[in-house]
Every structure is written in C-alpha cells, then in structure tokens.
Design a protein around this ligand. Sequence first.
Ligand SMILES: Cc1cc2nc3c(=O)[nH]c(=O)nc-3n(C[C@H](O)[C@H](O)[C@H](O)COP(=O)(O)OP(=O)(O)OC[C@H]3O[C@@H](n4cnc5c(N)ncnc54)[C@H](O)[C@@H]3O)c2cc1C
Ligand code: FES
Length: 274
Amino acid sequence: MYEILSKKKLNNNVEEMVIRAPYVARRCEPGQFVILRVDDEGERIPLTIAEYDAAQGTVSIIYQVVGFSTRKLSEKKAGESIADFVGPLGRPTQLHAHKRVIGIGGGVGAAPLYPQLRKLNDMGVAVDLILGARNKDLIILEDKFRAFCKNIYITTDDGSYGTKGLVTDKLKELVEAGNRYDEVIAIGPVIMMKFVSLLTRKYNLKTSVSLNPVMIDGTGMCGGCRVTVGGETKFACVDGPDFDGHLVDYDELMRRQGMYKTEEAHACKIGLKG
Ligand SMILES: Cc1cc2nc3c(=O)[nH]c(=O)nc-3n(C[C@H](O)[C@H](O)[C@H](O)COP(=O)(O)OP(=O)(O)OC[C@H]3O[C@@H](n4cnc5c(N)ncnc54)[C@H](O)[C@@H]3O)c2cc1C
Ligand code: FES
C-alpha cells in the first residue's frame, strides 16, 4: 500500500497528491509516469510524475477528475493509502542543453510539463512558457512556473485571464516578433499539440509532444497505446510518451482515443463495480 501524505485542490477539477513511494522517487526522471490502482478492484490509471523527491521518497501526481477511477482517487484523503503505484514507466524526456526553449502547457498538460521545464532550467537553459486554458479557473501551477521561467504568457479562450485566444496565437506572435527558440515542448490536449506542431513545422522549429493514448499494462505488451510516428507503429508506454511533434499522426490518435467513449460513459445499472 502507498500512503497519501498530502492532498490539495488546484482548481475545481484538478488535485495534487503527494504519495510515499521511495522506489519510484529514487529512479524517476522528467517525462516518466506511474500506473496506479486506487484499490484491489480498481482500474489502472496512468499519471505523469509531476514532482519527486528522492531523499524524502515522495512522488507528486496531478490529476483531473474526469471519470470513474479519478473520482475514486479523489475520494481518498491524506493519511489513507492506494493499492498500487507502479513506476517509473516510459522513457525519460531527452532534454538538450539548448540556449532557449519555450514550453506550452494546455490545461492539465501543465503538470507533465513542469518537471521537464524545471530540469531544463537546472541545466542552464533559458525557459519561457505559454500556459493556456479555457478560462482563468483552469490555469494551474502558475506560481511554481513563475519561480524559474524567464517569461510567462497566459492565454484563455474566454479572455478571463491573460490574453484572449489560443496558445498557438501567442506562439505565432512571439516567433514573428523575432523571438528565437531552439525547441518547443508542447503538452496538452491532442488537438492543441496537433496545431502547435503544424505551426512550428512552418518555422522549422523542433517540437516535442507528450502523448496520452489509452494505456493498460504500460510495459509494451497489450498494444493498447499504439500510435503512428513517422509512418511507424510505436507503443507510447515504452517508446514514449514523448515524441517528435512533427512526426505524430494526431488524427489517428484522436480516433483511437474516441474508441472507448461509449464504455466510459456507461453507468452500470446492475451494480457491477467500474
Ligand atoms: C502517459 C500518460 C500520462 C497521463 N498523465 C496524466 C496526468 O498527469 N494528469 C491527468 O489528469 N491525466 C493524465 N493522463 C490521463 C489519465 O490517465 C486519464 O484521465 C484517466 O485514466 C481517466 O480515468 P477515469 O476512469 O477517471 O476516466 P474515464 O471515464 O475512464 O476516461 C476519461 C478519459 O480519460 C482517458 N483515459 C481513460 N482510461 C485511460 C487509460 N487507461 N489510459 C489513458 N487514458 C485513459 C480517455 O481519454 C477517456 O476519454 C495520462 C495518460 C497517459 C497515457
Ligand atoms: S499500454 Fe500496453 S503496450 Fe503500451
């Protein structure tokens, strides 16, 4: 069992939990994830490692409450435990000692982006950030990013905070104003990563994205997480989750993500557990 040391709401729908998991904390690196089960009958949920402290043996996860299992996780309180917390899984992000990088975090995508940008800052890279969300309440982790990012630009779809518009509008404005970046790291909804990649391809600007197809075992055996990258089949759990944004078949990924919508929406009327 893995003890929940603390739990905090980041907004109405997103929460952060710090879990005691010394084995994971000692070995993990930015870009990796865990698969957890809330209890013995629970589904497996992949979640990115948002922060880790090897000395304390702790790992933070930041999750959006979207369905059955994340709701069950959200019902847990500090001091209680969860059944499984397996990791670190996936390949660590390849972080390069560039001069200047810009991160783009869409909604809860800010959580997986955080450890990558913080590590780049530790490596001496100048880091800028665009944080985007539908509205002000959905912007998370702004204070944590402010601690090290050189420039932070906020965009909201409804204009309730920062500039009204999409993250791609801000990126276009920055690049066309003469800002030079060696790499863009974009993490958020698939549609956002698709449009960021289409834009950066025009500027010949290296782009890394983090993919979140449905995962089951997380070890390359079930094939559930397959994605097409550069015309080849890859398993996001072992070959990723980070890939070259210019090579990903986003339309196929969106189609595959929609495949289980009916099952996910199904509310059991005969009392079977989720
Ligand atoms: C590598 C990876 C890292 C992730 N990191 C985060 C994170 O840091 N924070 C966060 O909030 N979410 C993250 N996710 C998504 C998270 O796993 C899903 O939101 C969660 O599994 C939903 O479960 P549910 O039962 O509450 O919702 P459901 O009602 O079952 O599903 C809601 C939506 O979640 C997605 N989903 C459901 N099951 C899975 C699954 N087994 N694998 C992947 N996606 C699934 C689907 O898009 C689905 O439409 C990550 C996914 C992957 C693959
Ligand atoms: S989750 Fe099964 S192969 Fe990746």
